[in-house]
Design a protein around this ligand. Structure first.
Ligand SMILES: NC(=O)c1ccc[n+]([C@@H]2O[C@H](COP(=O)([O-])OP(=O)(O)OC[C@H]3O[C@@H](n4cnc5c(N)ncnc54)[C@H](OP(=O)(O)O)[C@@H]3O)[C@@H](O)[C@H]2O)c1
Length: 313
C-alpha cells in the first residue's frame, strides 16, 4: 500500500530561468465545449496546476472562462497556474505568429502565457483555414517558411515578456537538435506522445542532457488499442501497491523525470489522476524493462494532421 506523498506537487525547473513547470498536467483536448469548461474547473479544484490547450483544439475560450471563474472564487490565483497553448500549422509565417499569439491570449483572457509551443513542425498554407486541402483532399503545405524561421519569431515573443517559455511539439529528435543548436533562446519544453508503449528514451536522454523538459502527452494511452491501462505489468503493480492503473502510469511518468498530460471529462477520474504517490523502485524497473510492446497512438508526427481531433472540427 502506498502512502500519500508529495509526488503530485513535483515541479521541474525550466532552462530559461523563469520558474518551473508542475509535472502533473491536465490537457483540454475535449471535443465538447461545455465538457471542456467543466473538466478544466474540476481539474483546478482537484489540484492540477498545469493546463494545456491549443488554438487547434478550439477550447481556449472555455479554458479561459473556467480559469476566470476559478480565479474569481479566490482560492487559486493566476500565478499559481502554469498555462500552455500552441501555435497551429497555418500560422507558421513570421508575420502570422504574433496575431495568432495575441488571439490565443484574448480567448484565454490572460495577459501572459507560461509556455507557447509550436504545435507541429509542419507548416500549412498560410491563411485562416486550419485544415487547408486541395481538390483531391490532400493537405496543402507551405514550403516558404522553415521551423527555424517560426522559432526565431517565438524568441521575439519571449523578448517582449508576454510569453515566459517556448517549446516544440510533435517533433523528432533531429528536429529538436536542429532548433536547439541554432536557437538564441533554447526550447524549454519538448511536448510529444510518450508512455510505456512509447518511452522515447533517445529523445528523453537528449532532453535531460540539455536541460529541456520532456512533456509526455497521452500518458494513459488515450483509451486506444492496445489498452495501456489494461497492460498486465501495469495492472499487477496497481494491485500490489493498491493504486489504480492510471495512478501507476502517471507516477511512472513523473518519477522518470517528465512532465505529463492526462485528460478526463469525469470528475471522479480527474481526482483519481491527481492522487498519485511514489512507486517503489522495483515497479519502475518492471515498467521500464518488462514492457516491450511498442505503439504510437497519434499519427500527427507523420503529416501534421492531428490524429485525436475529429475531421471537420
Ligand atoms: N501536441 C499534440 O499533438 C497533442 C496530441 C494529443 C494530446 N495532446 C495533449 O495531451 C493531453 C492528454 O492526451 P490524451 O487525451 O491522449 O490523454 P490520456 O490521459 O492518455 O487519455 C485520455 C483518455 O483516458 C481516459 N481516462 C482518463 N483518466 C482515466 C482513468 N483514471 N481511468 C481510466 N480512463 C481514464 C479518458 O476518458 P474519460 O474522459 O471518459 O475519463 C480519455 O478517454 C490532451 O488533452 C492535449 O492537451 C497533445
Amino acid at each position: 500500500m502506498l502512502k500519500p506523498d508529495n509526488l503530485r506537487y513535483t515541479k521541474i525547473s525550466l532552462n530559461n530561468g523563469f520558474g518551473a513547470i508542475p509535472a502533473l498536467g491536465f490537457g483540454t483536448l475535449i471535443p465538447e465545449a461545455i465538457a471542456t469548461k467543466h473538466a478544466t474547473k474540476a481539474a483546478l479544484e482537484a489540484g492540477f496546476r498545469q493546463l494545456d490547450t491549443a488554438e487547434r483544439y478550439r477550447t481556449e475560450g472555455e479554458v479561459g472562462e473556467a480559469m476566470q471563474e476559478v480565479f474569481k472564487a479566490g482560492k487559486i490565483k493566476r500565478g499559481d497556474v502554469f498555462i500552455a497553448t500552441k501555435l497551429w500549422n497555418n500560422n507558421h509565417r513570421p508575420e502570422r505568429v504574433k496575431p495568432a499569439f495575441e488571439a490565443s491570449l484574448k480567448r484565454l483572457q490572460l495577459d501572459y502565457i507560461d509556455l507557447y509551443l509550436i504545435h507541429t513542425p509542419f507548416a500549412f498554407q498560410p491563411g485562416d483555414e486550419q485544415d487547408p486541402r486541395d481538390a483531391n483532399g490532400n493537405v496543402i503545405y507551405d514550403k516558404g517558411v522553415t521551423l527555424l524561421d517560426t522559432w526565431r519569431t517565438l524568441e521575439g515573443l519571449v523578448d517582449e515578456g508576454r510569453c515566459r517559455a517556448i517549446g516544440l511539439s510533435d517533433v523528432s529528435l533531429e528536429q529538436v537538435k536542429e532548433i536547439f543548436e541554432a536557437a538564441r533562446i533554447k526550447p524549454a519544453v519538448v511536448h510529444v506522445e510518450s508512455h510505456p508503449y512509447l518511452p522515447q528514451w533517445d529523445l528523453f536522454h537528449y532532453c535531460r542532457k540539455n536541460g529541456i523538459v520532456l512533456q509526455a502527452f497521452a500518458a494513459l494511452g488515450h483509451s486506444s488499442e492496445p489498452k495501456l491501462l489494461e497492460d498486465s505489468v501495469i495492472t499487477a503493480i496497481a494491485k500490489r501497491v493498491n493504486k489504480t492503473p492510471a495512478q501507476v502510469l502517471l507516477a511512472w511518468a513523473i518519477q522518470r523525470g517528465t512532465a505529463l498530460l492526462t485528460t478526463s471529462k469525469n470528475p471522479r477520474r480527474i481526482q483519481e489522476n491527481f492522487e498519485v504517490s511514489t512507486l517503489p523502485e522495483d515497479a519502475m524497473r518492471e515498467i521500464n524493462e518488462g514492457i516491450t510492446l511498442r505503439a504510437r497512438f497519434n499519427s500527427v508526427v507523420e503529416t501534421g494532421v492531428p490524429g485525436f481531433i475529429p475531421r471537420g472540427k
